[in-house]
Design a protein around this ligand. Sequence first.
Ligand SMILES: [Zn+2]
Length: 107
Amino acid sequence: MAKYKGGCHCGKIAFEVEGDLQQVVECNCSMCSRRGGLLWFVPRQQLGLGTPAADYATYTFNNHRIKHHFCPTCGIAPFSEASDKSGNRWRRSMRAASKASRFQLSR
Ligand SMILES: [Zn+2]
């Protein structure tokens, strides 16, 4: 499995995610369509977060089921958290991953 490092613009939020990145989702919700997010859904245990929860802020809207975490300093929202029938999953913006930005991602 490959490891991808990512984070926000100022560096306050840092993370690593492990997995075989095959495809991303170009989400068409009212928020993602504005920010151009490309999402990858992974189980929570594949995400290594190098930032304490107190260092990032959270935004929710509509049914408030997805927690969109963002940096209060630079405003970048590099990942979100949600639950589904199979348990906790996280989705993250692949535009926030340094390694993934060098690859052509299938949508
Ligand atoms: Zn930041």
